[in-house]
Design a protein around this ligand. Structure first.
Ligand code: PBG
Length: 322
């Protein structure tokens, strides 16, 4: 036997020499949920360890994450039902608790990278990412609303905006609006291949943002398909996206790899709420070693080709240390 692959696994020192992929804290973006009020820290039941914070406590949370080496945050607002309307007006009204909080966060931690989500669902009484009319999701009319939302977030200090709505043409539309208004340096991380997935439910619990009727299948992608991810990625590249994102991550490692091989932009993957909940639930039952399952799944996402990972595990990994 001339070829004995086990020789390269015989000691920890040799294994680390041949190790191809290594996680780093600088790969992570930590999603955080913001609520109005003071001194609020409300658990998300389907996501043990994850909370909705009021601004004062979120500042403390961000501070402790920065000290641990997490430098990028994606901040989602949870709005009460009475603030929502069909046109997601609250998403671009000046002086909302969310936009004010972004300003404060950015002023307090200018070195942190702050990302925001561009889609109507947290502000929409219909719970959809776009404008609903007679049960249909209107594309071009939604773009106008997303444009106003994007500008409001850029004004509040967002470093990266993340269009998660899956409307056609939005990356180019938002890039143009940002540029015309002097925000040439605001980046776009496009949710390029966002699938109509069962794995978003805990997130929708966190924000109370589930669709009131129907589903998101006319805009989010069909889990059966990989080839249309190539069309979405090509359009995002042409329309000026700075990063391409695949979402969810674990059930879509093939899509991450596909985009990584075909496109020169950095690839991000969103390790979504349901993926977090699965590991937490089985660890709580003693069925999995939660820490090992967490690190193995994050490593797999990186090995598939994602340089950037949005994950609710970010702080926990930083606490353990890499
Ligand atoms: C909103 C949005 C969703 C997520 C991120 N942005 C939910 C959805 O599309 O229904 C999901 C994140 C997660 O599950 O962790 N457009």
């Amino acid at each position: 036997m001339l070829r004995r692959p086990r020789r390269n696994r015989k000691s920890a020192a040799i294994r680390s020499l041949v190790e191809e992929t290594r996680l780093s804290l600088s790969d992570f973006i930590f999603p955080l949920f913001l609520i109005d009020g003071i001194n609020q820290k409300v658990p998300v039941h389907s996501m043990p360890g994850i909370y909705r914070y009021s601004l004062d406590l979120m500042l403390e949370e961000i501070d402790s994450c920065l000290k641990l080496g997490i430098n990028a945050f994606d901040i989602f607002p949870a709005y009460p039902e009475e603030k929502k309307d069909r046109f997601a007006t609250e998403s671009y009204r000046e002086d909302t608790f969310y936009l004010n909080a972004l300003r404060t966060i950015k002023q307090t931690f200018p070195e942190a990278c702050i990302m925001t989500d561009v889609a109507m669902d947290p502000y929409n009484s219909d719970g959809h990412d776009g404008l609903v009319e007679n049960g249909r999701i209107l594309n071009d009319e939604t773009l106008e609303i997303l444009g106003k939302m994007t500008l409001a977030q850029a004004r509040a200090g967002a470093d990266i905006i993340g269009p998660s709505d899956m409307m056609d043409g939005r990356v180019g539309y938002l890039r143009k609006i940002l540029d015309e208004n002097g925000y040439k340096e605001v980046s776009i991380m496009s949710y390029t291949a966002k699938y109509a997935s069962a794995f978003y439910n805990p997130f929708r619990d966190a924000l109370d943002s589930a669709p009131k009727s129907g589903d998101k299948k006319t805009y989010q992608m069909d889990p059966a398909n990989s080839r249309e991810a190539l069309i979405e990625a090509q359009l995002d590249l042409e329309e000026g996206a700075d990063f391409l994102m695949v979402k969810p991550a674990l059930a879509y490692l093939d899509i991450i790899q596909l985009l990584h091989q075909r496109f020169p932009l950095p690839i991000a993957a969103y390790n979504v709420s349901g993926e977090y909940a699965m590991i937490k639930a089985s660890a709580a039952n003693g069925w999995l070693d939660g820490e090992r399952a967490m690190l193995e799944s994050l490593l797999s996402i990186k090995r598939a080709g994602a340089k950037i990972i949005l994950t609710y595990f970010a702080k926990e990994v930083a606490q353990i240390g890499l």
